[in-house]
Design a protein. Structure first.
Length: 197
């Protein structure tokens, strides 16, 4: 199965979740399409359709990001390039936290993930999930990637102040937006997914 990304973090995280499925990243010779959609679902489908057309293989693609309530849902679909094309995770996180600080007191945020599947017959499916939480003023922890160091998920409970970057991979996969969406995909495929209901 092709995972339409070259992001090794995503490949590793997806492989942990979809045990028993051989996931291969997008081959180097296939160009990544421009993400011109206006939603996570639209961008996931753009990536999946492009990879499926180029390889003819079963393809999955995800589009994910974070939505800050204080910023009207930004950065949203622009999460990976919020501080500019090619920006590092650290630069994106720094920009988000500065803007949330400037916007006032609302620190609520949600991670969103849409996973598109195109099967052998070309049928398209999309699975979308959310993980609600709060943004800290500064990051903590060395696990995860992206905005994880500043995101405290609701689902670990009110008495657990750990960020996504401080959770173990299994703890993160049990509650994350990607973990939930992958479990929906796994149920559709008739597979057992790791971590969670």
């Amino acid at each position: 199965m092709i995972l339409a990304t070259r992001n090794q973090h995503k490949v590793r995280e997806m492989a942990e979740l979809l045990r028993g499925v051989e996931l291969r990243p997008l081959p180097d010779e296939i160009a990544s399409p421009p993400e011109t959609g206006e939603s996570f679902e639209a961008n996931a489908l753009i990536k999946a359709r492009s990879a499926h057309a180029a390889t003819g293989e079963v393809t999955i693609a995800d589009d994910s990001g974070i939505e800050a309530a204080a910023l009207g849902g930004a950065p949203g679909i622009y999460s990976a390039r919020y501080a500019g094309e090619g920006a590092s995770d650290e630069a994106n996180l720094e920009k988000l936290l500065q803007e949330v600080d400037a916007a006032g007191v609302d620190r609520r945020a949600a991670y969103v993930c849409a996973i598109a599947l195109i099967d052998e017959a070309g049928h398209e499916y999309v699975f979308e999930a959310r993980c609600e939480g709060t943004l800290l003023p500064e990051g903590r922890g060395s696990g995860g990637f992206g905005y994880d160091p500043a995101f405290v998920p609701d689902e670990t409970g009110h008495n657990d102040p750990r960020t996504m970057a401080e959770l173990s991979p299994d703890e993160k996969n049990a509650i994350s937006h990607r973990g939930k969406a992958v479990r929906m995909l796994a149920r559709h495929l008739g597979l057992e997914a790791e971590a969670g209901p």
